[in-house]
Design a protein around this ligand. Structure first.
Ligand SMILES: *[C@@H]1O[C@H](CO)[C@@H](O)[C@H](O)[C@H]1NC(C)=O
Ligand SMILES: *[C@@H]1O[C@H](CO)[C@@H](O)[C@H](O)[C@H]1NC(C)=O
Ligand SMILES: *[C@@H]1O[C@H](CO)[C@@H](O)[C@H](O)[C@H]1NC(C)=O
Ligand SMILES: *[C@@H]1O[C@H](CO)[C@@H](O)[C@H](O)[C@H]1NC(C)=O
Ligand SMILES: *[C@@H]1O[C@H](CO)[C@@H](O)[C@H](O)[C@H]1NC(C)=O
Ligand SMILES: *[C@@H]1O[C@H](CO)[C@@H](O)[C@H](O)[C@H]1NC(C)=O
Ligand SMILES: *[C@@H]1O[C@H](CO)[C@@H](O)[C@H](O)[C@H]1NC(C)=O
Ligand SMILES: *[C@@H]1O[C@H](CO)[C@@H](O)[C@H](O)[C@H]1NC(C)=O
Ligand SMILES: *[C@@H]1O[C@H](CO)[C@@H](O)[C@H](O)[C@H]1NC(C)=O
Ligand SMILES: *[C@@H]1O[C@H](CO)[C@@H](O)[C@H](O)[C@H]1NC(C)=O
Ligand SMILES: *[C@@H]1O[C@H](CO)[C@@H](O)[C@H](O)[C@H]1NC(C)=O
Length: 460
């Protein structure tokens, strides 16, 4: 017993010492840093926000409670290093801030600031200051603000940067090559997202976020060869700008890339074969550019993690080789619409795509005279819900193999603007809700009923 009480006495003493230690060591934020924050506060008035941003993060007017005679580490949105009292983070996402950040602001220059988030404050305007190499910023997220101007070359001095998000601002000019020096970058987002017509449910909330934005950025010029050393990059989004010229061949450096979006630019040339090495890719979108050329047969053979592939609205051509997508067993959405793909559409192109639910091949020059016997492997498209084949050159009868596509899963089938002549005696699809056969040349009448909307009962 005596031993135990001595032991617990020592424990209590130990706690007391710890407490004393933490009291003497939790420093208040320094006067310099507090006054930099107060200066910043004085730049803004509050104007209420509407829409989804306000719904997601109701503005709580954090700045109201920033008072000079209190410890700035206790202020809303401010994060400090508890040992030193240095301000290391500032998060004022969706706060309804209205005002101009002058380019000589001390804000980006708080000497210990690592994380700065100002996103969804569309009435914050201003431009970036010059950054020097002692700046410790790691995260700079000013997405959906009204910041504008060119990106200074000195952004390449922010060597600790892991996340740069400028989505939906008003930046102009070229992408500085100095970004290629930011080797710790994991997220480089300088755009709008501009998803294709098949928006996965998990991403659909981003649609409403768009409504907050003022405009696209307007980065022009070619994409510099900045990717060689950006081996940590996992999220690269340059979509919705005015970038032209080829996709850089230095892509192969991006061995950790998961999300790759160049859509809505003016890029031309071919899709570089180096993309086939980026084995962690989950999403590729190069839609709405001027890319041309054929898809190499093995281009996607190693990209087994791919879930979304959007090559729509380009000038890609050639046959879709059998087994082109055969290794993409995780693919959920494939959009090849509005290109110049031609040749006979063979079912084997889509072998093994057991997770595909949205397939858009519309507005190409695909034909189908296939009499190919479909083997069981082809029934793999067992989760297909939407199939668009409108505006192609499919002649004659609806190919027999098509009836095996998503037999139990297909909800919507669009075959309009083809040259179908045959009838369908019995629709094989059990759950079809939409069938569009408009402008089909119907010779024997069976198909003539246009744009039928059918419930389950009608098909059975
Ligand atoms: C933003 O601030 C400016 C200048 O203080 C003011 O004229 C404007 O009405 C404010 N905007 C909103 C939406 O409150
Ligand atoms: C920024 O410049 C303005 C005028 O150009 C000046 O009034 C202000 O004091 C400057 N602020 C800092 C922090 O240097
Ligand atoms: C970098 O900028 C900070 C903040 O303005 C300043 O304190 C520091 O002296 C500058 N360092 C260099 C090397 O210029
Ligand atoms: C990258 O950094 C190095 C060393 O800091 C510098 O010499 C070089 O000019 C930078 N590259 C670019 C493109 O800014
Ligand atoms: C990539 O890094 C290597 C080694 O640090 C360097 O020599 C090269 O210039 C860098 N390339 C680019 C494009 O920054
Ligand atoms: C999004 O892409 C479509 C084509 O897919 C294009 O018409 C539209 O302008 C783009 N929107 C933005 C905001 O870039
Ligand atoms: C890409 O566009 C530029 C400018 O319009 C043109 O000079 C170049 O030849 C084009 N390249 C290809 C491969 O079409
Ligand atoms: C599309 O590519 C074909 C060659 O495949 C070329 O003849 C045509 O000019 C291209 N069209 C456009 C608009 O670039
Ligand atoms: C389909 O997937 C299976 C299992 O992953 C694989 O063995 C087969 O080679 C694939 N088929 C093709 C045509 O690649
Ligand atoms: C078909 O694609 C062309 C370009 O390839 C585009 O101009 C046209 O608007 C598209 N038509 C439809 C119906 O989507
Ligand atoms: C089928 O596709 C055509 C052309 O792309 C389009 O106009 C039509 O609205 C589509 N039908 C349905 C039911 O979505």
């Amino acid at each position: 017993m005596g031993w135990l009480s001595t032991w617990s006495y020592q424990l209590i003493l130990c706690f007391q010492l710890l407490l004393l230690h933490s009291l003497t060591h939790s420093k208040l934020c320094s006067h310099d840093q507090a006054s930099a924050l107060i200066h910043f506060k004085q730049l803004f008035t509050y104007s209420p926000l509407y829409g989804s941003c306000a719904a997601i993060h109701p503005p709580d007017q954090k700045l109201k409670n920033w008072k000079e005679d209190t410890d700035c580490c206790s202020w809303g949105g401010v994060t400090c290093d508890m040992d030193t009292g240095h301000v290391t983070g500032l998060d004022l996402t969706c706060e309804g801030l209205n005002g101009t950040i002058p380019s000589n602001t001390t804000l980006f220059l708080l000497p210990y600031l690592q994380v700065l988030r100002l996103s969804y404050n569309p009435r914050v305007i201003g431009a970036f200051p010059e950054f020097n190499s002692s700046n410790p910023l790691e995260v700079l997220d000013v997405s959906f603000t009204g910041l504008s101007g060119r990106l200074p070359n000195s952004i390449g001095n922010l060597k600790s940067m892991t996340e740069l998000n400028l989505q939906g601002c008003n930046f102009i000019g070229s992408i500085p090559a100095s970004l290629g020096n930011l080797t710790k970058l994991t997220d480089l987002i300088i755009s709008f997202n501009n998803f294709s017509s098949c928006i996965p449910p998990s991403l659909s909330n981003l649609r409403s976020v768009r409504t907050l934005a003022l405009e696209d950025n307007h980065f022009v010029g070619t994409i510099p060869e900045i990717f060689v050393n950006l081996t940590q990059l996992s999220h690269l989004d340059l979509s919705g700008n005015q970038l032209s010229g080829p996709i850089p061949s230095s892509l192969s450096g991006l061995s950790n890339l998961e999300y790759f979006d160049l859509s809505g630019n003016s890029l031309n040339g071919t899709i570089p074969s180096s993309i086939s090495e980026l084995v962690k890719l989950d999403t590729i979108s190069v839609s709405s550019n001027y890319l041309s050329g054929n898809l190499e047969p093995y281009m996607f053979a190693k990209l087994t993690n791919l879930r979304n592939l959007d090559l729509s609205s380009n000038n890609l051509s050639g046959n879709l080789e059998p087994y082109l997508f055969a290794k993409l067993t995780n693919l959920e959405q494939l959009d090849l619409s509005s290109n110049n793909f031609n040749g006979n559409l063979e079912p084997y192109v889509f072998a093994n795509l057991t997770n595909l639910y949205c397939l858009d091949l519309s507005n190409n020059s695909l034909s189908s005279t296939s009499t190919t016997k479909v083997t069981s492997s082809f029934e793999a498209l067992c989760n297909l819900e939407r199939l668009k084949l409108s505006h192609n050159k499919i002649h004659g009868k609806i190919p027999k193999w098509m009836g095996d596509l998503g037999k139990d899963s297909l909800i919507s089938l669009n075959l309009s603007h083809n040259f179908l002549t045959g009838g369908i005696e019995k629709l094989p699809w059990k759950n079809l809700n939409f069938l569009d056969l408009r402008a089909v040349t119907a010779c024997d009448g069976a198909v003539a009923s246009s744009n039928s909307r059918r419930g389950q009962a009608g098909v059975q």
